[in-house]
Design a protein around this ligand. Structure first.
Ligand code: ATP
Ligand code: MG
Length: 377
């Protein structure tokens, strides 16, 4: 038997893990499913790349199996209202709803040309105020679908912070009041820009303030992740020792994205070497390979940083992220309090560093850390 024809059992990056590729999250799936069926509006928070999008997609798949109507929308794919309208409406046109949509559009979007075949709508030549009316109506589409079918509609709005690019507070206010009035629809919001979402949902005076239950996604517990990793290797007839799985999880600190990335690479090392039992030296090879694969990106990130920001990151690496206000840190980096403050804000907002709940700053990308340590040697 050869591994050449097997498919890598680990997904990462834009390849979203679903079904058997998806690790653990059983409790989160259960809770979310339950709350969404009850009609809740939920905001899923986490640090970057913990698995919010994958969790949402897996929950929606389960809800579809239970015959709920669902829609997943990545708001960043619709940077203006016209695109938003055409893409959003398509989510609700399924085999059984085409005729209904056609009638609905004739009644609700009288100024818009609708092509019968693919039900595309022509928004060209519409005035700004007519576009606003169309946007307003299209936002009500899931509610009307729910009323028509008598079945709850579950809508996921990922990268939700991007609604801010549509046109500021006016849109946010409109969405907030619409969503609140939609009793046939449950909404789940998420996105990669944690600080913007936080501003939208947790700053008093913001339209979405207190409008959703906050669901914080943590890291996958190490024992559950270990079980998953072992079973994924086993699936392709590769044996991995418990200690080796422990080494992987300790390297990545159980961070979803980096664990998936390392396991994906390790599996590939085994494929090339035709190892049906993972050898200890395969793990450092896989780590080196991941760093190598990413090195052009890391190089560019580093080159684009100003000197002050670089000093701050080096300080965190050398002195430690708990000591950013210490004399030792200031001595090492030669940065003023103001420069440290500015640097922490910039690096956090650009995901180069992360503040842990205990107040410690760290570089979340373990492979970037590895790359940087080598560079600074
Ligand atoms: N439970 C899981 N099991 C296996 N792979 C997972 C799991 N959760 C996420 N992944 C994978 O990890 C990668 C990152 O996950 P995902 O994109 O869902 O994270 P995210 O929190 O939405 O990231 P961002 O903050 O950038 O939006 C994806 O390739 C995804 O398929
Ligand atoms: Mg995401």
């Amino acid at each position: 038997m050869s591994l050449a024809s097997s498919i890598n059992p680990f997904k990462f990056a834009s390849d979203i893990a679903k079904g058997e590729y998806f690790a653990d999250r059983e409790k989160e799936m259960r809770d979310l499913r339950y709350q969404l069926k009850q009609g809740a509006r939920i905001l899923i928070y986490s640090a970057r790349r913990y698995g919010k999008t994958a969790l949402i997609m897996n929950v929606l798949d389960e809800l579809v199996k239970e015959k709920h109507q669902t829609a997943y929308f990545d708001v960043s794919t619709a940077p203006d209202k016209s695109l938003f309208i055409s893409k959003y409406k398509s989510l609700f046109i399924k085999a059984g709803t085409r005729e209904w949509f056609f009638d609905w559009a004739k009644k609700n979007l009288p100024k818009i040309k609708l092509s019968l075949g693919d039900l595309e709508i022509d928004l060209s030549g519409l005035s700004d105020s007519d576009l606003d009316v169309a946007f307003d109506r299209i936002i009500d589409l899931p509610q009307q679908l729910g009323s028509k079918t008598g079945r709850r509609v579950i809508v996921a709005l990922d990268e939700f912070h991007e609604v801010r690019s549509l046109d500021s507070k006016r849109t946010e206010n409109l969405l907030r009041s619409k969503f609140q009035s939609h009793d046939k629809v449950s909404y789940v919001f998420s996105g990669s820009k944690h600080h913007v979402l936080q501003d939208m949902f947790e700053t008093s005076g913001s339209p979405f303030y207190k409008s959703a239950r906050i669901f914080e996604l943590k890291r996958i517990p190490k024992d559950a992740y270990a079980e998953f990793i072992t079973s994924r290797f086993k699936k392709t007839k590769i044996v991995i020792h418990k200690d080796q799985v422990g080494e992987i999880l300790s390297k990545t600190d159980s961070h979803t994205y980096f664990t998936q990335q390392l396991c994906h690479e390790l599996w590939d090392v085994c494929r090339v070497r035709e190892h049906f039992v993972v050898q200890n030296e395969d793990i450092p090879t896989a780590i080196t390979q991941v760093v190598l694969n990413q090195s052009a990106v890391y190089e560019k990130t580093w080159e684009d940083l100003s000197l002050g920001y670089r000093k701050l990151i080096i300080g965190i690496l050398k002195i430690g992220g708990r000591q950013v206000w210490s004399e030792a840190f200031k001595k090492e980096t030669r940065l003023s309090d103001g420069a440290i403050e500015k640097g922490l804000k910039y690096a956090t907002e650009n995901y180069l560093i992360e503040k842990e709940s205990n107040g410690k700053y760290q570089i979340p990308d373990v492979f970037f850390r590895e790359w940087l340590e080598k560079k600074l040697q």
